[in-house]
Structure formats: C-alpha cells, structure tokens
Design a protein around this ligand. Structure first.
Ligand SMILES: [Zn+2]
Length: 121
C-alpha cells in the first residue's frame, strides 16, 4: 500500500516536471531567436564594458612602462614576464599579467610586446 502511494506521488512529481519543461519550451518558442544575435552593449552593460576596456588600456600602458624600464636595466624577456605576473595595478589592484588586458581587441593587445600576442598587422 505504501509502495503504491509512493508510486503515485512519484508519477505526479514526474508529470509536474514534464509540464514545467513544456511551459519553458512554449515561452522560449514565443520569442524570436534573439539569443543568437550579437548586438553592441548599450546602457548599463555598455558603460561597464567601456569601464573595463578603459582599465585594461591603463594596464597595457603600465605593462609598457614596466617593460621599457626593465629592458633599459637589461632584464631578459622571461624575467620581465615573471615580474609582470607578480605586479598589481596601482589603481584597481588587478594582477598585471596577460589576463589584465584580455578584453582588449587583438590589435590593441599586439602592441603589448608579449611574444604570445598576435603580431601587429
Ligand atoms: Zn587596473
């Protein structure tokens, strides 16, 4: 008896899941396939993206300053990369490693002098 009651409860549970999934499918189908279009960021999201890009351009400039100074002191490229990977941005505190400029377009990253970055075209 208790096993049968358990089965009924389980069936109701599964039916509920199926109904929920169907409702989600209906909602998804009602909207155009906007998820697959690329639109420029605008409003608050655009402002955040602009802020990130501005900060990463500062990181690019900091990296260039450090690199120029260390090259002047005769540091090897490996030593420079190791130093950059341990330095923090004085403004936002982010590590000044390669990830600190990762949101910039490849053309901007190319001026970084990082041997892993794409060459300037
Ligand atoms: Zn920063």
């Amino acid at each position: 008896m208790s096993a049968r009651r358990h089965d009924t409860g389980r069936r109701r549970f599964l039916t509920g899941i199926a109904g929920g999934a169907g409702a989600v499918a209906l909602l998804a189908g009602a909207r155009p396939a906007a998820a697959f279009t690329v639109e420029p960021a605008s409003g608050a999201a655009g402002a955040v993206l602009d802020g990130v890009l501005a900060e990463q351009r500062r990181h690019l400039a900091f990296r260039a300053e450090v690199r120029a100074e260390m090259v002047a002191q005769g540091a090897t490229p490996d030593h420079i990369e190791q130093a950059l990977a341990l330095m923090d941005c004085p403004l936002c505190g982010a590590r000044l490693d390669g990830a600190s400029i990762s949101a910039l377009p490849a053309g901007e990253r190319a001026v970084d002098g990082d041997p892993d970055a794409p060459a300037r075209g």
